[in-house]
Write a new protein. Structure first.
Length: 144
């Protein structure tokens, strides 16, 4: 099994859709990384992950707005396609298993971890329940 964990900011407000009688929340998460290239120039690379959260718990959708920082985990899917310029490109998608709201966005007056919520998708066992970002699990408590 391959599992993907992403912490990043939402690029736009989420979209809630009904597909074949099931509810899906679609959103995109961006993670930016700064690094120096071989000449020592500062560079920034942004990776976008398109997320699909199949759930009946759509109350979280009101919090999935542009700029919100989230932690998502689930199963990755990669697709290749040809872009407008005729070049082969790839996109990274994730079938979200759980999501956690981490902080406020620029328009948030509090900007705190209030409302830090973890939601599990349908059929997901509580074994992998996500803890808030500020909780450290002691090594002795790990199941392996």
């Amino acid at each position: 099994m391959i599992k993907l964990q992403v912490i990043g900011n939402l690029g736009k407000d989420c979209i809630v859709k009904e597909v074949n009688g099931k509810t899906v929340i679609n959103f995109s998460v961006a993670h930016s990384e700064r690094y120096k290239d071989s000449q020592g120039n500062q560079k920034e690379r942004t990776t976008w992950v398109e997320c699909a959260y199949w759930t009946d718990k759509t109350a979280v959708a009101q919090y999935l707005v542009k700029g919100k920082t989230v932690y998502s985990e689930g199963f990755p899917e990669a697709d290749a396609y040809t872009n407008k310029e005729g070049q082969v490109s790839a996109t990274l998608r994730m079938r979200v298993q759980s999501i956690q709201l981490l902080g406020g966005n620029a328009g948030d007056s509090q900007g705190s971890n209030q409302g830090n919520v973890s939601h599990l998708g349908a059929g997901v066992s509580p074994v992998g329940v996500t803890q808030p970002a500020n909780v450290v699990t002691p090594v002795d408590d790990l199941p392996f």
